[in-house]
Design a protein around this ligand. Structure first.
Ligand code: PLP
Length: 373
């Protein structure tokens, strides 16, 4: 057998899958990173209509349909105070491809990428696949990323840093002041800020603002997707927004690895972004209620947990042995170290599950906590 690339040998299959596989079939799964809501009906219908009309049979332009890119530009104006030319957007196969494009277009072999720790598992893997070196930046105690820590970690080799708000696995929302600082750092140090905003719509407290709004240098690339905000994980539709030059470089990668995002998904996404936002509001208020249930439950069992202000995750600090005990008792949670060395001593719970089931899971966690403390 021939050898494998050094880059791929640095990447392993996500530890999260292993946790699911270790749990029994009737376990309560609080490990999942996807909303338990249907895709909005008007988005599904738009895809059905496009398919039936034969509009979704062929490749679209590499960047995506004009309709979708216009809808994204309109969304940026509506939600992000951004005046974006639809030419400066590429529709991608989910936020994952958008992150991949950002890395491939900007990272060289000797480059360091600063990643939040704990942070979304793809950041380290995609950095390694691009041939770069991931360097973790520990989060604050409230599980937000400190701009001062990012700035202090910058060296001559730093090519990029990643910001993710609302955050996975933390549920933390960065303040507006932090987002301004990230933009300043990108401008002043001439490093790229990759801002991953896939949970943008799922905010309960605070306000989501993008560093792209505040930067002057063109050194910010924005990654977003319909996956979480519109409960469209299966559709595989995301996008990247950036300066003309950066989009042109990312397009060079995208045209060969993807050609274009799935055409039916593009029609669904256009409708999701430009149609009524009521289903999103309903989903977000359900998540907020569940967040409160989970937070109360965890605090009642004496666990310390920063209040998650967005996404659908909570990340309590847990005693040694807690995760195994909880999983043994039939509730799947993800150990914090799956998200980086600084995740040790934490666990990630996803509350993308109905309240009844969450309460059942909290009872089990409470028993597990008593057993290990
Ligand atoms: N970014 C973060 C922070 C995520 O949690 C995820 C998915 O879990 C992604 C990006 C990728 O999203 P998508 O399913 O759109 O590829």
């Amino acid at each position: 057998m021939t050898g494998f690339s050094r880059r791929v040998e640095q990447v392993s299959i996500s530890g999260i899958r292993e946790v699911f596989e270790a749990a029994g079939d009737d376990a309560i799964n609080l490990g999942l990173g996807q909303p338990d809501f249907p895709t909005p009906k008007h988005a599904r219908q738009a895809a059905i209509d496009a398919i039936e009309a034969g509009d979704a049979d062929a490749y679209t332009s590499n960047k995506g349909t004009e309709g979708l890119r216009q809808a994204i530009a309109t969304k940026h104006a509506r939600d992000n105070n951004l005046d974006v030319d639809p030419e400066n957007v590429i529709a991608t196969a989910g936020g994952s491809e958008a992150l991949h494009l950002a890395m491939e277009a900007h990272i060289d072999a000797e480059d360091e990428v600063l990643i939040p720790d704990p942070g979304f598992v793809a950041y380290e893997a995609l950095t390694n696949l691009a041939g770069g070196t991931p360097k973790s930046v520990a989060l604050r105690d409230d599980l937000t990323l400190d701009p001062a820590a990012v700035e202090a970690a910058i060296t001559d080799d730093t090519a990029a840093f990643i910001v993710n708000s609302p955050g996975n696995p933390t549920g933390a929302v960065q303040s507006v002041a932090d987002m301004r600082e990230f933009a300043r750092i990108a401008d002043e140090h001439d490093v790229l800020c990759i801002t991953d905003e896939v949970y943008e719509n799922i905010v309960f407290d605070g306000e989501h603002r993008s560093p792209l709004e505040f930067a002057d240098s063109g050194n910010v690339v924005l990654v977003n997707a319909c996956s979480k905000s519109y409960s469209m994980t299966g559709w595989r539709l995301g996008w990247v927004t950036g300066s003309h030059e950066r989009i042109e470089r990312m397009l060079r990668v995208h045209q060969y690895v993807q050609a274009c995002a799935s055409a039916p998904a593009q029609y669904a996404a256009e409708a999701a972004l430009s149609g009524t936002q009521e289903p999103v509001d309903e989903m977000v208020s359900a998540f907020e209620q569940r967040r409160d249930v989970v937070l109360d439950g965890l605090e009642d069992m004496g666990l310390s947990v920063p209040t998650p202000e967005g996404a659908f995750y909570a990340m309590p600090q847990v005693p040694e042995g807690w995760v195994d005990e909880v999983i043994d008792r039939g509730v799947v949670v993800v150990p914090g170290e799956a998200f980086g060395d600084h995740g040790e001593g934490y666990a990630r719970l996803s509350y993308a599950t109905d309240t009844e089931t969450l309460k059942e899971a909290l009872d089990i966690m409470s028993e597990a906590t008593a057993a290990v403390t």
